[in-house]
Ligand binder design. Structure first.
Ligand code: NAD
Length: 256
């Protein structure tokens, strides 16, 4: 299948590692010019060596002035055609333990500043009558994950925003979708398994095996498998998919 996105311009957030990095590489391999953004600009410079169509961008999503400065720079060249919304996950904790300051800080970086960035880049997509916005959330928006109260809550806001926006801009040739990773094997997942092993005084291999056993596919997903779906959603070929939530979870969400 020809994806027909060669020559488009994409902004991929949270692209220093993990899912963001895999998506940035996948889009670049389709001939997209990729602006790969994260706090650790150096890490992007490292993985993007030899890839002429990947441009590393320094951006901390918790800092509004940095968000505006990146948007200003992109708009000088007409903005972007594709936005992949992604960031780090908030720390674990119960709903009862999460204080107001924690909610506000994470809402700012994972939602408010992200919505602001998209709002500023949208007019240029509307002018061209073409755009793709894909937001990475979590399986927790369909099946809230215990002890991840802040993640479950804020990602729910991203889903509500995404669906509302999808309805507003569908007539402008812009699609807006959400993808929900289950357990995709990134460094973060290894770190979470290591933390769980430490907490429960068990072997990391046991923690990981137990976690895999809860997934019908019997394994963690590969970042490349996740990135393939996002790249399809970002392509011309997904022109009639909008306002949707797409699971990429090996079957791990229990409901249909
Ligand atoms: P990760 O921690 O490996 O990568 C997150 C990326 O976001 C990194 O590039 C990091 O530098 C960047 N980032 C973090 N805070 C930032 C900030 N303030 N400004 C700009 N960039 C920032 O995580 P991942 O495994 O690649 O997952 C990506 C997202 O998907 C995370 O929000 C994660 O919680 C969520 N998620 C992942 C899984 C999974 O299985 N990997 C499952 C559910 C949800």
């Amino acid at each position: 299948m020809e994806l027909e996105i060669g020559g488009k311009r994409a902004l991929v957030l949270g692209a220093s590692r993990g899912l963001g990095m895999a998506i940035a590489k996948s889009l670049a391999s389709e001939g997209v010019t990729v602006f790969a953004a994260a706090r650790s600009h150096d890490k992007i410079v490292d993985w993007a060596k030899g890839m002429d169509n990947v441009h590393p961008v320094q951006l901390d999503l918790s800092k509004l002035d940095e968000v505006d400065s990146v948007v200003d720079t992109l708009l000088k060249d007409g903005g972007v055609d594709i936005i992949v919304n992604n960031s780090g996950g908030p720390p674990p904790g119960t709903a009862q333990a999460a204080d107001r300051g924690t909610w506000l800080a994470h809402f700012e970086a994972m939602a408010a500043n992200l919505f602001h960035l998209n709002t500023r880049l949208l007019p240029s997509m509307k002018e061209r009558k073409w755009g793709r916005i894909v937001s990475i959330t979590s399986s927790g928006v369909e099946q809230p994950i215990p002890n991840l109260a802040v993640s479950n809550g804020i990602r729910g806001a991203v889903v509500g925003w995404s669906k509302t926006l999808a309805n507003e801009v569908a007539g402008d040739g812009i699609t807006v979708n959400v993808v929900m990773p289950g357990r995709i094997h990134t460094q973060r997942v290894d770190e979470l398994d290591a933390a769980a092993a430490k907490r429960t005084d068990t072997d990391i291999a046991d923690v990981s095996a137990k976690s895999r056993a809860t997934i019908p596919a019997g394994r963690y997903g590969k970042p490349e498998e996740f990135a393939d779906v996002v790249t399809f959603l970002a392509s011309q070929r997904a022109s009639y998919v909008t306002g949707s939530r797409i699971r990429i979870d090996g079957g791990s969400i229990k409901s249909i």
